[in-house]
Design a protein. Structure first.
Length: 339
């Protein structure tokens, strides 16, 4: 049993921080302890769960070098945040998470969600393939201005989505780009679509060149000469872009700044690409798999600011989880069972 199947099972599994640390230990080192510093496999586990490396002698925590690195928030709250983030249909906002877990500040909740979003991008994820639609869309913005790619106060996002025949869509990829030039658009395609695939775009000249050297097959749909609307000629990218904007406006009330938009795009991609999953615990499990493989993200780096020394500390969450915990139904830990 790699993950809990329900919320009731979740609170039974992770009643204490020790349970959470052991789960992270099992996820990070499924075949036994490996020192992240010297790669030695020999070590001794302390009473508090940390490891003494037999090679370099360092004391290694399960959270060191992960999303949870140096956190002062109880791991039970981190796990609860990951569960709510992956098992609510439209995700959860920072304020919603603060209310749900009774955190000390919205700042703490915002930072936790952004750390978890950074773990949603798998380094080994496969490229899109077969037939892939690509187009750009504009997100956000409060200023009035010209329509189209030159609109003011908006962020340009490129969208790619696999087409599944006779109908339906596969996976998607989204990325913030600085402009609609050939370098940005073709660079995105080459980074996210496997060579040999068929690329379907509109007649924007920046896409010209994708078919050179036989790298891709490029189908161009001239929207200006077509009797159909853009969303009819390129239904996949328009469907994904529409759902993205609806999600940003509903769950996050449109309060997404351009400098942090990419993180929200990664969460949307994670959610969209797993939309057919019917197992509530599986998405939680995949997120924690990424969390132990992803490096830490500090608040200062995230906020792009540096607080001056002596300015005081940010509010901290409660020292203990504010959740009602159920007793374990069975002895031991389910994920450690070999039966």
């Amino acid at each position: 049993m790699d993950y809990p199947r329900s919320w009731e099972e979740f609170v039974a599994w992770f009643a204490e921080d020790d349970d959470c640390r052991d789960y992270l230990d099992w996820l990070r080192w499924p075949n036994g302890f490996v020192c992240p510093w010297c790669a030695t496999t020999s070590g001794w586990q302390r009473v508090d769960g940390r490891w003494d490396c037999g090679g370099c002698g360092r004391v290694v925590s399960q959270t060191a070098g992960t999303v949870f690195d140096k956190t002062r928030t109880p791991l039970t709250l981190w796990f609860s945040a990951a569960w709510h983030m992956t098992n609510q249909k439209n995700g959860i906002s920072g304020l919603g998470l603060q209310r749900e877990l009774r955190l000390g500040s919205a700042q703490t909740a915002w930072h936790m969600l952004h750390r978890l979003r950074s773990a949603m991008v798998r380094a080994d994820r496969s490229l899109l393939h077969d037939e892939v639609e690509v187009d750009e869309t504009l997100v956000g913005g409060e200023k009035h201005g010209p329509r189209g790619r030159g609109a003011l106060g908006k962020t340009l996002v490129v969208v790619a989505v696999e087409l599944k025949r006779p109908k339906g869509y596969g996976r998607c990829r989204l990325s913030v780009i600085p402009d609609a030039g050939a370098e940005s658009l073709q660079g995105f395609v080459r980074a996210n679509v496997a060579p040999g695939s068929t690329i379907v775009t509109d007649g924007w000249p920046s896409y010209v060149g994708l078919a050179r050297n036989g790298e891709y097959e490029h189908i161009i749909k001239d929207l200006s000469a077509s009797e159909l609307e853009a969303h009819e000629e390129l239904p996949g990218v328009h469907r994904v872009a529409s759902l993205l904007k609806r999600w940003l406006l509903s769950t996050h009330q449109g309060a997404v700044s351009p400098e942090h938009l990419q993180a929200y795009l990664e969460e949307y991609t994670f959610r969209f690409n797993r939309r057919t999953s019917r197992r509530p615990g599986l998405l939680f499990y995949r997120l924690l798999e990424g969390a132990v493989a992803c490096g830490p993200l500090t608040y200062d780096d995230l906020a792009k600011i540096r607080r001056p020394k002596g300015s005081g500390k940010s509010p901290t969450p409660p020292s203990k989880p504010q959740l009602v915990r159920l007793p374990l139904a069975t002895t031991g830990r389910a994920w450690r069972s070999t039966g």
